[in-house]
Design a protein around this ligand. Structure first.
Ligand code: CIR
Length: 278
């Protein structure tokens, strides 16, 4: 079920937003999702039907936010293929195909690449480097990259070489206790982050506004910021209240979606899309 909180005045009404076409690349849930990679969570049964219904609601939230959906074909033999975020880092100037840290996920890239090449010049992370898109957090011209169990120093260096000529600074951030950097922190505004300080070194973010997740909701830091709207899991009501209070001051809205079935696969709301504008 999709619950939209606050007004329906989506970003499609803003002139600056309307000047570009906004695209969300998504991929349906694989029938083998139950065999997904797990690093920090114990395996639980995942109901494919519920996961698919929740993914449909997520898709609708993107449509309601003004995004055209481009769908990568379902890949039933690749359990984690729904988490397209990990396959690429998409900037305005270039897209970088990653090399996921989990070997089981490397086959996911081809079908995503076939779509992305219509929108961006492509670069590729190559061995021995590994990089997951979930470890890459862009804030303006600064790109923070999680040094995690999925992303190594060589991956961070290769990313730097692809983006530095476009004026981006790349900064490594140590992540511990969770899967990706964006499990621990995401942007919810130009200079505002939502994060769980227990899972990372906060020093690189000191100059930014920090909203700390409620201590009862450690997994609550993953939000999908889409300009005037933030898509956010309904499973974290305490943190949602903090976030909503912050967003309302800025006349932004929180759009809550049920995402708990894919959360059992260690995925959040950023993981299920690649967002770009053309
Ligand atoms: C994995 O372990 O790779 C998947 N089960 C979850 C990936 C979630 N992706 C993300 O946070 N960007």
């Amino acid at each position: 079920m999709l619950i939209v909180v606050a007004s329906q005045a989506g970003p499609g009404l803003r002139p600056a937003f309307a000047m570009r076409r906004h695209i969300a690349i998504i991929r349906p849930v694989s029938r083998s999702i139950v065999d997904c990679e797990l690093t920090h969570l114990a395996r639980e049964p995942i109901d494919y039907k519920i996961a698919t219904l929740q993914h449909d609601a997520y898709r609708q939230a993107l449509v309601d936010s003004g995004y055209k959906i481009v769908t990568v074909p379902r890949a039933d033999k690749m359990p984690d293929a729904v988490f397209v975020e990990d396959t690429a880092v998409v900037l305005d100037e270039v897209a970088i195909m990653t090399r996921p840290g989990a070997v089981s996920r490397r086959g996911e890239l081809d079908a995503v690449e076939a779509i992305l090449q219509d929108y961006r010049r492509l670069e590729r992370i190559v061995a021995p480097a590994t990089l997951d898109g979930g470890d890459v957090l862009r804030l303006g011209r600064r790109i923070f990259v999680g040094r995690s169990s999925r992303t190594n120093d060589a991956g961070i260096e290769q990313l730097r070489t692809f983006v530095q000529d476009h004026g981006y600074d790349v900064e490594a951030v140590d992540v511990h206790g969770c899967l990706h950097l964006k499990s621990a922190v995401t942007a919810v505004g130009d200079a505002t982050l939502l994060g769980n300080s227990a899972w990372l070194d906060r020093a690189p973010f000191d100059h930014l506004t920090w909203i700390e997740v409620d201590s009862a909701e450690p997994h609550a830091a993953n939000a999908l910021w889409l300009g005037e709207r933030v898509i956010y899991p309904s499973a974290f009501p305490r943190t949602a209240a903090l976030l909503r209070a912050h967003l309302e001051v800025q006349k932004r809205e929180l759009c809550r979606v049920d995402a708990d079935e894919l959360a059992k696969a260690e995925g959040g709301v950023t993981c299920c899309s690649l967002i770009l504008s053309v």
